[in-house]
Write a protein that binds this ligand. Structure first.
Ligand SMILES: Cc1ncc(COP(=O)(O)O)c(C=O)c1O
Length: 415
């Protein structure tokens, strides 16, 4: 989706002040391009939307863990929500203060917990009773100050989103049941090396209504009612972004308004991922071939599910637009835009309305800044693409990750 940063000027696609084609001419395709200006604008919009509760914002690094993105957000005052020791490592590398890191995740290993304790991360979002015991024991073993914990509650609420990214229903693998949370809170004195100071929820990503989040917060408050000393509620991420013009999603202000009256006496933590970075990014690809199969027009590009798996994985929709618009196209066709990977699922989009594209033409897959490059793989022994960031003032760009080489492909193999 186009916005103030990813926009056309005289029929040419720009990322802020930089023509996309001037970047692809130097670094080739496929390539991810991110607007840091847009990332920061999104951060400001989220702060405004939740101003009533003055939240601590921990950027969910899983959405896009490029160091330039992490550094930009951390320099702007965000903390980090990490789900692995690797994400903690990257957060520390860009100068995140350890106390501004939240360590979440359904299956943290003991080694990861030890590392996080040694690094003094600020919060452990705990999802398992045994994990709680592990942290307690590791703190004792390492002779550390008690670790600060939020219990991740599974509120048994089904979020309105794709089933692969709904996380708050009873049978989901995420969180602790309401009953378990209540039991842990009752016996919390059995964990002398822990400070249970908060409850965490995250009912899903790309949430299509605010009512479910509000109900989840009400469940949290019910659990916390007997414990007035517990003052922090982490409501996770999940705020939706528009992938298509007609997608009906709540505004971020609506999320803020839905929870603010309930949480005004609490310290609120937010873990936005997608909402900060999705619409700040695009993936540029080159058309390689045209083909008609069974009467359907197909554009084969050099970008594939190996670089952007969301369409194949979730049947996710991304707008696909030409980098150079032809000023007066004769006809539009509804293309399948596919990649070279040997899977029928390998498509970037279907029913994409475009003028006929010649081989060599550039396309941009929009709203690709979140859950794009982080999920890229070497499937079919493809080289993972470079990432480019356009600077905060919009006037210059730099390579933030180079394209992989054949050497990178075999670097970790032993033969
Ligand atoms: C615990 C937790 N917090 C935050 C997020 C970020 O969600 P989103 O990118 O939808 O904002 C996720 C995503 O899965 C998550 O699992």
């Amino acid at each position: 989706m186009l916005n103030h940063s990813i926009r056309y000027f005289q029929n040419e696609l720009y990322c802020d002040d930089i023509p996309v084609q001037s970047i692809t001419a130097e670094v080739g395709t496929p390539v991810y391009i991110y607007s840091l200006k847009r990332v920061l604008a999104n951060l400001s919009r989220i702060r405004e939307a939740f101003a009533a509760v003055q939240p601590h914002i921990h950027y969910s690094a899983k959405a896009n863990a490029n160091l330039a993105i992490l550094r930009t957000l951390v320099n702007a005052g965000a903390g980090i929500d990490a789900v692995s020791a690797g994400e903690i490592h990257k957060a520390l590398l860009v100068g995140t203060k350890p106390e501004d890191i939240v360590f979440a995740g359904v299956g943290k290993t003991r080694d990861e917990l030890r590392y996080a304790l040694e690094q003094n991360v600020g919060w452990f979002n705990v999802e398992n009773s045994l994990e709680l015991q592990y942290i307690n024991d590791l703190v004792a073993e390492l002779k550390r100050e008690p670790a600060r914990v939020a219990l991740r509650l599974n509120p048994d609420i089904t979020a309105a989103t794709h089933r692969y990214i709904a996380t708050g229903h009873k049978a989901a693998k995420f969180g602790l049941s309401i009953q378990t949370v209540k039991e842990i809170l009752k016996k919390r004195s059995q964990f002398p090396h822990l400070k249970i100071e908060g409850i965490h929820i995250h009912i899903g990503s790309q949430l299509h209504n605010t009512a479910a989040t509000r109900r989840a917060v009400q469940v949290v408050l019910e659990c916390l009612a007997p414990y007035p000393e517990i003052r922090t509620v982490n409501i996770g991420g999940g705020m939706a972004v528009r992938y298509a013009e007609d997608e009906d999603i709540p505004r971020w202000e609506d999320f803020g308004a839905a929870i603010a009256p309930l949480l005004k006496d609490y310290q609120v933590i937010l873990e936005p991922g997608r909402s900060l970075v999705a619409d700040a990014g695009l993936m540029a690809v080159t058309v390689l071939y045209f083909k008609e199969q069974g009467g359907e027009p197909i554009l084969i590009t050099d970008g594939s599910m190996a670089e952007l798996i969301r369409p194949a994985l979730y049947e996710a929709h991304h707008e696909i637009v030409p980098v150079n618009k032809s000023p007066s196209p004769d006809t539009y066709l509804n293309f399948h835009v596919v990649g070279p990977v040997c899977e029928s699922a390998d498509a970037l989009g279907h029913n994409v309305s475009l003028a006929q594209m010649e081989p060599g033409a550039l396309l941009a897959v929009l709203t690709a800044g979140a859950y794009g490059m982080v999920m890229a793989s070497n499937y079919n022994q493809r080289l993972r693409p470079p990432e480019v960031v356009v600077a905060e003032d919009g006037a210059s760009w730099k390579l933030a990750r180079r394209r992989e080489t054949w050497e990178d492909l075999t670097l970790t193999e032993i033969y």
